[in-house]
Write a protein that binds this ligand. Structure first.
Ligand code: FAD
Ligand code: SF4
Length: 504
């Protein structure tokens, strides 16, 4: 008897996956494979590799329990060819296979490769809300592309937080209520941690043995690796953190990596949770009076707005988007992005937390590590490879537009309407990092000056012509122009001296 081979990738761990829906439990076989090519195309964080392999192994078991025949190739299995193509060819050689079915991979590199595989049907991935082909038509009809317009379409399409044709509460966006600095006495709920079972422990041993030099602390390991545990993590977030999510979304506190964030992106991106289902649960919590509208709206906007928007931009602009660099930034990535060893307390805290948790929340990524790299003129491609490696939720379709577009302005403003740059005052307002820093956040020049202050004005000066034409940056350019020539020279000299220390 013959049937199809359904290849399932590490970020396709969804029981309702389109390839499984087309398959037949009685006739088809599922293939899942841990391969070196995918585990090493960037040097992923140890926890990220462990999360993906363990979640894959648990998902394979769920499929077997559900009546599927699953061939699972573990990394250390004898005969593992090291590539997805090699594993598919090995399965085909055993005979009895008509076609290979694959839900479209989330990365252009793999889609490009698989579209040349013989006998393979690529099936659209319908775990997203926006249709990526429809997005291109929508985007090409517009003069400027703004997430807010796209987000309203998604609200109407899903009906989330809608009252008829109007947004609940009379406003589409409650961001203005969502910028509170951390409060000194605020109590933060710790997200649940899940003790490794035997399957996860075997994966942890494998990762410790095979990837000893990779970045990151492997244990303790507390990620959910099953759908049930990912749902428990979501329930915990909705009950304990979501009510404060909106207000403190931008806050940063030393020793509190998660604050009121959901920490669900690894689960969502691997397929353990479904984006629309999550949003419906959050909407229900708001309807039940459990969470305020600014929190529910802020959260739903991240998922049906930003997450969908960056994915659509990725597919629209790939290939080529990964080499965007309109600001001609070429500095190598400073070593302290790996070691955490820098006197800048904010950068050190974010890198050390990333090393330990494979997690940083959005403002830490955007306004600390991303902001520093942009101000310092770091090569956006090198930074992209860093973000892709170090976070448990990082897959190119979501990481690349966030890094190259939102954080580094390397696409010239396609995704973000202005460069996300800020001096130390912003970090001081939104965090408690500056209190323990060797630099003085209020110092604008001299040996104790906060590097973000020096680099901020140096950035404005370096890109003056481009920024003067941006309505949201014009005021900062005008402020720079009003600095006396002496002050301008001092800032540039001191910024130059600081930047030179990065290259040593
Ligand atoms: P919460 O703050 O609780 O938000 C809820 C959910 O909204 C997230 O789980 C995520 O699915 C979604 N979301 C929020 N913001 C974004 C966004 N800008 N783009 C896409 N989804 C968003 N997110 C990734 O999932 N993978 C990445 O590789 C990634 N790389 C990033 C790189 C940079 C430079 C920046 C600035 C942001 C990046 N983000 C990435 C977006 C965001 O930082 C993470 O989604 C978020 O920190 C995940 O933590 P959380 O689940 O606690 O999110
Ligand atoms: Fe960061 Fe500057 Fe504050 Fe130090 S003083 S923590 S470098 S913003």
């Amino acid at each position: 008897m013959s049937g199809n081979l359904i290849l399932i990738l590490g970020d396709q761990l969804s029981p309702e996956l389109s390839s499984l829906r087309q398959g037949d439990r009685m006739a088809d076989r599922v293939l899942m494979a841990e391969v070196m090519a995918e585990a090493t195309y960037v040097a992923h964080h140890k926890k990220k590799i462990a999360f993906v392999f363990s979640a894959m192994r648990h998902f394979a078991q769920d499929l077997r329990d559900d009546g599927w025949r699953v061939d699972y190739v573990a990394l250390d299995d004898p005969g593992n060819t090291g590539t997805l193509r090699g594993e598919v060819e090995r399965a085909l050689a055993s005979g009895g296979i008509d076609r290979v079915l694959v839900t479209e991979p989330g990365e252009w590199r793999l889609l490009d490769e698989m579209s040349r595989w013989p006998g393979t049907d690529l099936i659209a991935d319908d775990r997203f809300i926006a249709d990526r082909h429809g997005f291109v038509r929508w985007a090409e009809e517009r003069k400027t592309l703004r997430m807010e317009h796209f987000y309203r379409l998604m609200r109407r399409k899903t009906g989330l937080l809608m009252e008829g044709d109007q947004p609940a509460g009379g406003r589409w966006n409650f961001d203005a209520d969502n910028r509170k600095p951390p409060a000194p006495d605020m109590e933060v709920p710790a997200p649940p941690r899940f003790a490794p079972d035997e399957v996860t422990q075997a994966v942890l041993d494998l990762v410790a043995k095979r990837f000893p030099e990779n970045f990151g602390t492997l244990e303790p390991f507390g990620f959910a690796v099953t759908r049930a545990d990912a749902e428990a993590a979501l329930d915990h977030f909705i009950e304990h953190a979501l009510p404060h999510f909106g207000a403190y979304q931008d806050a940063m506190v030393g020793g509190q990596p998660f604050l009121f964030h959901a920490v669900v992106s690894p689960y969502l991106n691997a397929g353990l949770l479904d984006p629309l289902e999550i949003c419906r649960r959050v909407e229900t919590a708001w309807q039940g009076g459990w969470v305020p509208l600014n929190s529910a709206e802020g959260f739903i906007r991240q998922i049906i707005g930003w997450r969908e928007f960056v994915r659509a931009i990725y597919w629209w602009k790939m290939p080529g988007y990964e080499r965007s660099n309109v600001l001609d930034a070429s500095r190598p990535l400073p070593w302290f992005y790996w070691s955490g060893q820098t006197d800048m307390a904010c950068v050190s805290a974010c890198v050390n937390q990333t090393r330990d948790e494979a997690y940083a929340h959005h403002i830490q990524r955007l306004m600390v590590t991303g902001n520093f790299a942009l101000l310092a003129g770091v090569d956006p491609h090198a930074l992209h490879e860093w973000y892709l490696a170090v976070y448990a939720d990082a897959y190119e379709w979501v990481e690349l537009p966030n890094t190259v577009g939102m954080s580094q302005y390397a696409d010239g403003g396609l995704l973000a309407s202005k460069p996300y740059v800020a001096s130390g005052a912003y970090i001081d307002r939104m965090s408690d990092y500056c209190g323990s820093c060797r630099f003085k956040v209020k110092a604008k020049s001299g040996p104790d000056a906060c590097p973000f202050n020096l680099l901020y004005w140096d950035f404005i000066a370096r890109h003056r012509t481009r920024l003067a034409g941006n309505p949201r940056m014009g005021q900062m350019v005008a402020t720079w122009d009003r600095f006396s020539p002496d002050r301008q020279q001092q800032v540039r000299r001191e910024a130059g001296a600081f930047l030179a220390t990065l290259d040593q």
